[in-house]
Ligand binder design. Structure first.
Ligand SMILES: NC(=O)CC[C@H](N)C(=O)O
Length: 421
């Protein structure tokens, strides 16, 4: 043990008391750190020993890394992370604590992207036991414990990230307590063989903003709260529907269709892809998809999907808009991508990743149907591409008023004709 590690261990072993706020109006806490051992064990054979600061429960998942500097409450509650052990490349995590579960005026969660922690576990280099923020109500460790989610600190996340980058996202165990020391070889279950979308999708329709002027059907593959907020705060009425709901049966009830983000492999969502195939030809109203929505829409259009070696997760991913050449900095969290070398007839690429050339979006050439691989709703991350919600709802409103006018014109013509019959 190095001198630095020895000092760190000594400091952490001394249970530090709660203190009052350092600054007026800011929740602040110098919490205690458990000295329970924890280890991140990769299926590829490498083990990283550290300390637990979350649940005492060991867990399995796919180890992936994110380069985001902030936004751990949002990332950890994003349903797209279901089944994954999240490694933060940002070394200091936990310093602004965790906010409370508060609802906005639409009944949507204000600070979290769903109602619980969705990641299997988290891996951080330096867990900040002292947190301070005006929205904070508890520490990251307390939050993880309450949700029974394991967390490890004191490991070299740079070395782990280099491994995940070189060998690709890897199945792993986050082992706590006795499991951390155990050398028994375990089987590493692969979450991507399961239909994770079915696990996180709503079971019943949910309604938001009933006063909205246009009605949007949201196919819930694991929708983030801020996507719903981006629609409702722009005046849309939103109905969230289960992932396998056949929206084609209810198309007259809606003015537009949205396909959400979601966890796991898109190949488990064959029913949604089939419904989308019908919708592309017959829906005749705008369709917009994000992340999993891009993958599913692309599959419905005839594209293949492949798994990226380590995915793109972070808040600084450059996406080039093909038509204008403009580059947007985007928020991302995905492991799969569309194979877009040859685009199906009637479709074109909309965005391309400026780092690795992977697909970032597709667009129908003659219908208002488009989707993006990145997250224009951000939370966390830059909001530069939030304008896509304006574009989508702009199309929805234009088509609604055009069809209304057509219907009204037709009715007037009929009345006119019958008056002279
Ligand atoms: N954020 C998402 O929707 C992720 C989509 C898919 N689960 C992937 O990893 O590629």
């Amino acid at each position: 043990m190095s001198f630095f590690q020895a000092i760190q261990t000594t400091l952490r072993t001394q249970q530090q008391p709660l203190t009052a706020g350092l600054r007026r109006g800011f929740a602040t806490n110098i919490g205690s750190v458990s000295t329970t051992a924890a280890a991140l064990k990769l299926k590829s054979g490498q083990t990283f020993q550290g300390q637990s600061f979350g649940s005492q429960q060991s867990t399995f998942g796919e180890a992936v890394f994110t380069t985001s500097l902030v936004g751990y409450p949002e990332s950890m509650t994003d349903p797209s992370y279901t089944g994954q052990i999240l490694v933060f490349t940002q070394p200091l995590i936990g310093n602004y604590g965790v906010p409370g579960q508060i609802q906005d005026q639409y009944g949507l969660s204000k600070y979290f992207e769903s109602d619980k922690i969705q990641v299997q576990g988290i891996v951080v280099n330096d867990y900040a036991t002292h947190y301070s923020h005006w929205t904070a109500v508890e520490s990251l460790g307390e939050w993880c414990k309450r949700h029974d989610v394991p967390a490890i600190s004191g490991v070299d996340t740079r070395a782990i990230t280099q491994l995940l980058r070189d060998q690709g996202s890897t199945l792993a165990q986050l082992a706590v307590g006795d499991d951390a020391a155990s050398t028994t070889t375990t089987a590493f279950p692969d979450p991507n063989t399961e239909n994770l979308v079915a696990k996180v999708s709503t079971k019943v329709p949910l309604h938001y903003n009933p006063q909205g002027d246009v009605k949007i059907a949201v196919i819930d593959c694991g929708v983030k709260q801020n996507i719903l907020r981006c629609l409702t705060e722009r005046g849309a009425q939103v109905t969230v529907l289960p992932w396998n709901y056949d929206f084609n049966q209810a198309k007259d009830q809606f003015d537009g269709l949205f396909i959400s983000n979601g966890p796991g492999s898109p190949s488990t969502c064959t029913e949604t892809v089939q419904h989308l195939r019908t919708a592309i030809d017959h829906w005749n109203k705008p369709i917009f998809g994000i992340c999993m929505g891009n993958l599913l829409l692309g599959m419905a259009a005839g594209l293949d999907v492949y798994k990226l070696p380590f995915g793109n997760r972070g808040h600084n991913q450059p996406a080039l808009h093909v038509d204008t050449g403009l580059c947007y900095i985007t928020s991302q969290n995905h492991g799969y991508a569309l194979q877009d070398k040859v685009m199906p007839k009637g479709w074109k690429k909309m965005f391309v990743n400026a780092n690795d050339g992977s697909n970032e979006g597709i667009q129908h050439e003659s219908k208002p149907i488009f989707s993006v691989q990145f997250h224009p709703e951000a939370k966390g991350g830059p909001q530069d591409t939030e304008y896509l919600f304006d574009n989508f709802l702009g199309h929805v409103r234009a088509m609604k008023s055009a069809s209304y006018n057509t219907a009204a014109d037709q009715q007037q013509q009929q009345q006119h004709a019958s008056a002279f019959a």
